[in-house]
Write a new protein. Structure first.
Length: 332
């Protein structure tokens, strides 16, 4: 496949690097310091080999800030922050041919979430993630394959990606079909070294990951605390559990049920230790926060299916105000 990665941050950069290492023709849409670094030094991957030794690999990659210079692709991997998705939708068209697949590898609820989701009420739309349907018009759900990322990577500096932990990707089409395009992407990512599985219920996988992230991310952004300190505080953990029960109730209404108790999920998260969430890292770097796709979307879905979300509303209000004071979320 001819592949373009749109967004060469930690996740997009890791995917690009591993795909290049296995011989795939990969280009990237990048800007600013990242584009300068790629053109000057190439893409650098820091990883650990089978013997546990740290490896540093420099890989050539074609990069441009203008998608038209890269041309039509077989696969476009969209790995930007959700706050940048509207801009991607305005600019992505030159990369898309009649058969181009878009692999969506982002946090939170994606614009295509309700496409093909059996069990959800008809005509569900989310202004919080796809205002006026602009993203769906630019990137139709029919051409999307979803990707749920279960790994940790970091950008040490522009163009330098370090793989930190885990290696799991889950891919699937919104309509649940495990057709040739899903199989081809799964095989390609597996060959690149990812532990990749295909799912007939990709929205279920998205909802379950969100179920944990929608609390610890904004709480870490507000407090500056790492995951261990958040979960070791009984009052905070109980508040998180109340939010998760609201989300689980919503999940039942839209066909993505959660079958474990919040405390069971907390045990899994606590095993990650003193991790710094992506939202905390964004706040520290002065970058916009992904509150809409992670929290506001859940509230909006709850209102449409008749589930009250008082605890989620409180968390969203506090996190939004915290971000607005720092210029990281738009004012009303």
């Amino acid at each position: 496949m001819k592949i373009c990665v749109y967004g060469l941050g930690a996740i997009g950069g890791l995917m690009a690097a591993k795909l290049i290492k296995t011989g795939n023709p990969v280009s990237a849409v990048a800007r600013g310091a990242t584009l300068e670094a790629l053109r000057r030094d190439g893409l650098t991957l820091i990883d650990t080999d089978a013997a546990g030794q740290r490896q540093r690999t420099v890989l050539p990659i074609e990069a441009s800030e203008r998608p038209a210079e890269l041309g039509v692709q077989d696969l476009v991997i969209v790995a930007v922050k959700t706050t940048a998705l509207a801009a991607v939708a305005r600019e992505i068209r030159p990369l898309l041919g009649p058969d181009t697949i878009v692999l969506s590898a982002m946090n939170g609820i994606p614009w295509w979430f309700f496409h093909g989701l059996t069990g959800a009420p008809p005509s569900m739309q989310l202004e919080s993630v796809d205002p006026a349907g602009a993203i769906s018009r630019a990137i139709p759900p029919e051409r999307v394959v979803g990707c749920v990322v279960h790994l940790a990577a970091t950008t040490e500096k522009p163009g330098v990606i370090r793989h930190v932990a885990d290696n799991r990707l889950i891919v699937g089409a919104p309509d649940g079909a495990l057709g040739p395009r899903v199989q081809a992407i799964r095989d390609m990512l597996a060959t690149a070294g990812f532990n990749t599985v295909a799912s007939e219920r990709i929205q279920q996988e998205i909802w379950f990951k969100l179920w944990g992230n929608m609390t610890v991310n904004p709480i870490s952004a507000i407090t500056g605390a790492t995951g261990d300190r958040i979960l070791d505080d009984d009052n905070v953990r109980h508040f998180m559990s109340a939010i998760m029960r609201e989300a689980a109730h919503i999940g039942q209404r839209i066909g993505v049920p959660i079958d474990i108790d919040p405390e069971e999920r907390h045990v899994l998260t606590r095993k990650l230790g003193a991790f710094r969430t992506s939202m905390l890292q964004d706040v520290e770097a002065g970058k916009p926060v992904e509150l809409d796709a992670m929290v506001a979307a859940v509230i909006e879905i709850g209102r449409q299916v008749g589930v009250a979300t008082p605890c989620t509303d409180a968390l969203f209000g506090l996190a939004r105000l915290h971000a607005r004071v720092r210029g990281l979320y738009p004012d009303a």
